[in-house]
Design a binder for this molecule. Structure first.
Ligand code: T4K
Length: 392
């Protein structure tokens, strides 16, 4: 089989995106939507939201879950609720929302470089970044791969810092037999349409801290306690009833979806591992992941083409892979000038962000399609010199 970049004929007739929203079937969701439409109670902590929060907390095995209009709002409000000051240490190898949530609270991000194998914060580099101004560590479980949680907990405890996790990618993952969502002071999830577990737009914070949970609920609803009392500043970050109904529908299927994705992941690994210059993310040995991302690291010398060239070449076959996360957040103008942003402090982020490519993976994808994507990549590698002329 020859890649489309060589033949002029794409292997897929339609675009294969990095992911595809998975919703409950229309038939399954209709009774819930009918109930909501008939009741006319569509938002403001309605019965579906309340039930969704209970079910999520039970699924994760955590005391409390507060849901939000999206993951970014969830994280912003979590930071505000913890009353943090000064600086928060985080990773530049993440979606901009992680860092924006710090900035939205008038706090300064401090970037810690990542581990070259697992792409999470390199905990051995944390100590040097901790100053009197540091109030928290915001770690990201990148592509659902749990961070080295014990090491982070130890550093946070020793330095009296709060520890929070951006677990936007990690719904359904676990660490040492406990689900992600139970760790640190609190964890945030995104339920965006591009996530394996979605409410279309939505997010959550999970925590075992009852006071934190109550405060979060207050802040997402304008700080309103009751008709006559507004206790503090707040905003509108509420999830609506239709979103919660979709979440409840999707929750029933999450385990079977993960099972499917595990298979796709195995197929990708089996097919791609023999191609020179391709490497995979090292998954934490103590973890089980949800497999919603499948990232390859492209070594240009060994593969024969750069990540950017492969990314372009795949488009000839209608394979729309994504460069998550390029460029690193340290390159965003708002953060570029802070001292920890300097590329010389972040050599691993610099390299990985230029070599990473996320391939399509979602439950609707067939094994044949996954194999076809792999064959296209093989063909591109084998004919890399010819491909290079077409994708400068
Ligand atoms: N922290 C981290 C670590 C995150 O990754 C994110 C979000 C957040 C925080 C913030 O959470 P939210 O506030 O978003 O809840 C997508 C998502 O929009 C974003 O939520 C996600 N991370 C990020 C990793 O991926 P884009 O810019 O890649 O989205 P887009 O529109 O290009 O969509 C990606 C693919 O998803 C499309 O190629 C096809 C598929 N898709 C997309 C949409 C919108 C669908 O199948 N259906 C859809 O409706 O950011």
């Amino acid at each position: 089989m020859k890649a489309g970049v060589l033949t002029g004929k794409p292997s897929f007739n339609e675009k294969i995106f990095v992911t595809k929203t998975t919703l409950p079937s229309f038939k399954e969701i209709t009774p819930s939507f009918r109930k909501i439409f008939e009741s006319k109670w569509v938002t403001n902590n309605g019965p579906f939201v309340q039930n969704f929060e209970k079910q999520l907390a039970r699924f994760i095995g955590v005391k409390h879950c507060a849901v939000f209009s999206n993951g970014t709002q969830a994280l912003e409000l979590l930071i505000r609720t913890l009353n943090l000051k000064g600086e928060i240490i985080t990773t530049p190898f993440t979606f901009p929302a992680t860092v924006h949530a710090i900035k939205a609270n008038n706090l300064s991000p401090v970037f810690c470089d990542i581990d070259p194998e697992n792409y999470n914060i390199d905990e051995t580099k944390l100590s040097k970044l901790i100053t009197k101004k540091t109030s928290a560590i915001l770690a990201v479980n990148v592509f659902g791969n749990p961070s080295n949680i014990e090491a982070l907990e130890k550093t946070a405890k020793k330095n009296k810092l709060k520890l929070i996790f951006d677990s936007a990618h990690a719904f359904g993952c676990s660490y040492k037999g406990k689900r992600i969502g139970c760790f640190g002071n609190a964890e945030m999830f995104s339920f965006h349409a591009a996530k394996l577990f979605t409410t279309i737009e939505g997010g959550a914070v999970t925590t075992n801290d009852s006071r934190l949970y109550k405060k979060l609920c207050l802040l997402r609803n304008f700080g309103i306690v009751n008709e006559e009392k507004t206790a503090c500043w707040g905003t509108n970050a509420k999830m609506n009833e239709l979103a919660a109904a979709i979440g409840l529908g999707n929750l029933k299927k999450i385990k079977s979806k993960i099972k499917k994705l595990r298979k796709w992941n195995a197929v990708y690994k089996k097919q791609l591992k023999t191609i020179p210059g391709l490497k995979f993310q090292k998954i934490n040995k103590k973890a089980k992941i949800n497999h919603q991302y499948f990232a390859i690291e492209v070594n240009p010398k060994e593969f024969g083409l750069s990540r950017d060239q492969l990314h372009k070449a795949l488009k000839f076959d209608n394979v729309i892979a994504r460069k998550y996360f390029y460029p690193g957040c340290n390159k965003i103008p708002d953060y570029k000038k802070i001292p920890s942003s300097s590329p010389k402090n972040l050599p691993i982020t610099e390299r990985i962000s230029k070599q990473i490519l996320c391939l399509p993976v979602y439950p609707e994808l067939s094994v044949e399609s996954v194999k076809k994507v792999c064959n296209v990549i093989k063909s591109i590698h084998l004919d890399s010199e010819r491909v290079a002329k077409k994708v400068k």
